[in-house]
Each structure stands twice: as structure tokens, then as C-alpha cells.
Design a binder for this molecule. Sequence first.
Ligand code: PLP
Length: 395
Amino acid sequence: MKFDPATNLFDSMELGVYNGVNHAINDSATFAFDSGEDMTACFNGEKNAFLYSRHWNPSGFQLSKSLSAMEGTEAAWVTSSGMAAITVAILQICKAGDHIISSVTTYGGTFAFFKNWLPKYGIDVSFVNITDLDAVKKAIKPNTKMIYTETLTNPMLQVSDIPELSKITKQHNLKLVVDNTFTPMIFSPYKLGADIVVYSMTKFINGKNDTTAGAICADIDFINAMIDLNDGTAMLLGPVLDSIRAANIQKNLFTLHIRMKQHSKNAMFLAEKFQELNLKVNYPGLKTHKQHELFKKMMNKEYGFGGMISIDLETSKKASKFMSEMQKQGVGYLAVSLGYFKTLFSNSGKSTSSEVPENIQKEMGMSEGLVRYSVGLDNDIEKTFKTIKSCLSNI
Ligand code: PLP
């Protein structure tokens, strides 16, 4: 049988208390035990019960069950932001003296964590072009613990070859950690060979831009180790997702499959139109994209090529003028983040990738005039395109 993230997700749905169609929001920080012995047994790991909300809370638990059904993992744990998911997963695997290999193109916050923060604690990171598998192999050292990448990288939209990277990590006994924030449902990295899948749920998964949130999807052993009372990174650093937010995201998750299809449809339309205008456009759904075939090989077909596009306007001045014009004419918002129902756009080099030094931006091919779009759920995308065209003629 074919693995289908949306069907799995719907199969995971259970009725709430009193047969409510939604799960009751459980906003308790602590949970009562019938006896002191029961409480002791729970602390000793001999009894399975809700104990304290930083460890597990019922709303977060339900959302984690749904996410693991969608992803095909045994378990998941939900966090208060995407960065919390990324940093907890990494710190659970690595300690002082270890080495990480990371794609040089990642979200700017992740890049900054690798480049500026981890070295302070004795963890060394090598950055590579993740599409160059020989470079990845060459970067492996005796103390390497992990390869880190994004399935579709931010903002260069490079596709990581998860099955091939997985072969490398398995051969060398490393962990493959994949951020799938740009492509939920489109790719199922765990099924393709990743060990741990992280998400910023702030983006497509929640889709409402009303909160930050994150998730770590992995084997039960990894999730249990993360929330171990004595030395679990998640338990001891404490970036748990609030139960009210967890319950809200849970409801939004069940429309994700429809939203992803519409984001992809609209983005494909715009990418083709941008190409007709001879703009320098980067979209993995276009045949001109370097890893178009690889994307097709790895994707869950019905969800399309995703909602992220970039165009290169060469200078940041031009990009800035264009974005202001688009906001004025109602295309969407000049704002960071992505996965929203309205179209969002930003100039990556001066915003979400500003943590990446300019020389490295150049090295990875990021132009200072790169405008990244997160294409919205517009019903009339033709009208949106006409407006964008008129904005282009005004710069
Ligand atoms: N991963 C990717 C690919 C992102 O684009 C972002 C934020 O833009 C993050 C992780 C961080 O997520 P959050 O802002 O929820 O901490």
C-alpha cells in the first residue's frame, strides 16, 4: 500500500471527551496521582501517566500522534518554535567535541546557531553544498555525528537527495536530521531515509501566522530520550508547546493537504508566468530547475512542487521598491515567514538570511536582489499575476 501522509493523518483522528469532534483543550500544567506510590512509579519510569506539562500534556500528545501519523515516524514531540525543535534535536545528539556537516544553505537562524552558537560549546560545524555528495563524504571526520539539511533549502530551493544522504549516514553510523518546513506532505523525509524530521510549524503546518511552534518526528527511543527526566534535552531545556496552541494547530493540521495543493498550484502558475516574462525564476516545478527530476523522484505526487518561489531582481534597491509596490497594490505582505494564506515576500539576503555573511551568500549564489515568495491561497491567481506584472512595470 502507498504511504499517503493525508490519509494517515485522518486515520489518526480520535474523538475527544464527551465524543467532541475536537479534542478537549487540556490546560493543566500539572496532573494529580491517586497515591504517592503512583507518583513515585511515574518518576521511576514504571508507570505511564501525565505528570507535568513540560514533559507531556494531553493536547501536545494528541498533536504529536497526528504528526507522527503524517510523517510515518513512531513518535513526535511538539515545541514552542521551529528553532526550539532544531536546537533540541541537535543538542540531544551532539556534545562537546563532536562535529556536524550542514548544508550551507539553510534558514538563517539555523546557520547562525551552527556558525556562532555551537562552537562556543565545543561543537564544530562544516558547511557544504548539500547537492555535492562527494563534498559531503569528504567532510566526514572521525568525530562527525550528524548530517543536517533542509529537504528544500531556504532560500535557494535546492533539493536534498535524502535517499543518497541516508546511504552515507548509515554507512558511517551518523544521524540524518532533515528540516521539512518548506514541504510538509510533499516530502516524507523519514520514509526516504532520514532519522529525525524537524519542522517549524509556524509555517505551512499551522498556516495562520498566529503563533510560533515546532515539531520533532523520530523513533520512540529518540523522543523518549529527549524527554528523559534526568538528562533529556527537551525536558531540561523546556521549550514545550503550550497546550492551547497545540489544540489550535491540531485543528489546522487537518486542512494541510488541501492548502498544500493550492499553494503548489498557485506557485506553479506564477513560476510559469514569470518565466514567460524572462525573469530569473527559481521554482522546483520548472524543468529548468537543476533538481526538478530529483524532486519528482522523491515527492508524494498529488501535493505539487510547493508554495515557495524566488526571483532575482539583481539589486536590493530594486527588490525593495518592487516589494513595497506589491504590498501597496495588495499582492500580499512584505513580511518574513511563509506558509500563510496570504502571499508573503521578503528580500532574503537582507532579512531571513542576513545572518549569513555576504561572501558566503555570494558563494552559494544568493543574489542581493533575490525576492522570496511564499505564494498564498489566492482564488484568482491570474488576477494576482496581473497585479505583480503591473508592479514590475513600476520599478
Ligand atoms: N526552518 C526553516 C526552514 C525556517 O524557514 C524557519 C523560520 O523561518 C525555521 C526553521 C525557524 O522556525 P521558527 O521561526 O518557528 O523558530
